[in-house]
Design a protein around this ligand. Structure first.
Ligand SMILES: O=C([O-])[C@@H](O)[C@@H](O)[C@H](O)[C@@H](O)C(=O)[O-]
Ligand SMILES: [Mg+2]
Length: 440
């Protein structure tokens, strides 16, 4: 039997699967949506967050969606990858991965992906591949008439829980009036913010983004949240703003207060030193961000909870490989987020629904975006009791709203931002601001 082949634009030849759904076209559209002045260890969110929307269209006219970071270097890598995967077959994501790797062969640069120094060292190919994989799975699901969760092994939960992701924040961007949340710069402000978010979404776990104020103040904030929400599990994430010694002190102070402490100190070795004394599990989306970090981290028992994120772990299926490794080595799994839109939320929800050991409430920045700003048709994703109901329509279960997409693309063109840079934005207002970590 002869195997039919297809040749990509760069000349590489790949086998064509018999039930082929060839990629005819790929649209890559950068978008910008309003963001609030959220504080973190490296600065403050700018007035707009950037994302890239990937739309793959097959010869037969089926389209699939993916979403990723919006920073220019990453956008350009996705454009190069897109040129290399046109003509390939949506079921053959292994071949598509190879074509992505090939497209990056002459590019030695890393970074420039919109995580503002919060997550470093991840595999560039995994990040570029991720939105294409998600779009292919969307199409595979549509062609087979099943939701993406079925392609990932089937859902084990009908609703995926998310956490109330609290941020210290200014009332509004300087020179603008206060936004709907107003300021949160002390425990009382955070408690008020938590009430507002929890009243609206019903979240059953709380995460506080720390690394903004001296640790004693953030410990005080967690204790205030504990008093106000005695039944909700709490987490604190300073993004490695503390030394090992400071982290040990915080761990002692928060003994019995948090379900996990996220990235207290930098690097695997720092986390391992803290883990030796901390009573609570340590979690990370900074020390372990690619498969090569797992062996040394496991050997040192540096981390007890890994925050997965399909945007940098190479898509949904590779995130499930991560889940299997975590299960094997007795580590638990949670989910990290950055500012994102509805395609990402749909993908995160399908993944978490079909990954049995992803059983912590996942992170999402969802409450921080304007409700009317998205690229998907409104109403496909339903919030219920702190979670998102897993869509059961074929594919991701979200459809592109082309008018909304055009609006957010125009916003991208107008806003002038081409990369996320929380530090430079902060220095406009506090010229001596230091983003150095650890800080305390
Ligand atoms: O949005 C932010 O400011 C967060 O700090 C984000 O950049 C982090 O990557 C993330 O949410 C985290 O858990 O570290
Ligand atoms: Mg984190």
């Amino acid at each position: 039997m002869t195997t039919e082949t297809v040749t990509s634009p760069t000349g590489s030849t790949h086998p064509l699967s018999p039930n082929g759904a060839l990629i005819k076209d790929i649209a890559i559209t950068p978008v910008a949506f309003h963001d609030m002045p959220l504080l973190n260890s490296v600065g403050i969110h700018e007035p707009f967050a950037l994302r890239t929307i990937v739309e793959i269209i097959t010869e037969s006219g089926t389209y699939g969606l993916g979403e990723s970071y919006g920073d220019l270097p990453h956008l350009e890598r996705m454009q190069r990858a897109a040129a290399n995967i046109k003509g390939l077959e949506v079921h053959n994501t292994n071949t598509i991965y190879k074509a992505v790797v090939d497209s990056l062969a002459t590019d030695n640069s890393t970074g420039g992906d919109g995580m503002s120094g919060m997550v470093t060292g991840t595999s560039t190919a995994d990040k570029v591949f991720s939105p294409f994989e998600v779009a292919c799975l969307d199409i595979q699901g549509k062609l087979a008439g099943v939701p993406v969760s079925d392609l990932l092994g089937g859902r084990v939960r009908d609703t995926v829980q998310y956490s109330a992701y609290l941020f210290y924040k200014w009332g509004g961007h300087p020179s603008e009036p206060d936004d709907e949340y107003g300021p949160a710069l002390d425990p009382a402000g955070l408690v008020k913010q938590a009430h507002r978010i929890i009243d609206e979404y019903g979240f059953k776990a709380i995460k506080l983004k720390g690394g903004v104020f001296p640790p004693a103040q953030e410990v005080e904030a967690i204790k205030a949240l504990r008093t106000e929400f005695p039944d909700l599990p709490l987490r604190l994430d300073p993004n490695a703003a503390w030394t090992v010694e400071t982290s040990k002190w915080v761990a002692k102070e928060l003994d019995g207060f948090v379900e996990y402490l996220e990235d207290p100190a930098p690097e695997i070795e720092g986390m391992a030193a803290v883990a030796k004394e901390a009573s609570m599990p340590l979690a990370t989306n900074m020390a372990i961000v690619s498969f090569s970090h797992l062996p040394p981290a496991i050997a040192q028992n540096a981390v007890q909870v890994v925050l997965s994120d399909h945007h940098f772990w190479g898509g949904l299926r590779k995130s499930q490989s991560l889940a299997a490794i975590c299960a094997t080595w007795g580590m638990r799994l949670s989910m990290h987020s950055n500012s994102h839109l509805g395609i990402s939320l749909a993908a995160m929800t399908h993944l978490a629904s079909a990954t049995p050991n992803l059983d912590y409430a996942c992170d999402t920045h969802w409450p921080w975006k304007r409700r009317d700003e998205d690229v998907v048709v409104e109403g496909a994703l339903k919030w219920k009791d702190g979670g998102v109901v897993v869509p059961t329509a074929p594919g991701l279960g979200v459809e592109l709203d082309r008018a909304r997409l055009a609006k957010l693309h125009q916003q991208y063109l107008n806003c002038g931002l081409r990369k996320r840079d929380d530090t430079t934005y902060m220095r406009k207002f506090q010229p001596d601001f230091s983003s150095k970590i650890p800080k305390w």
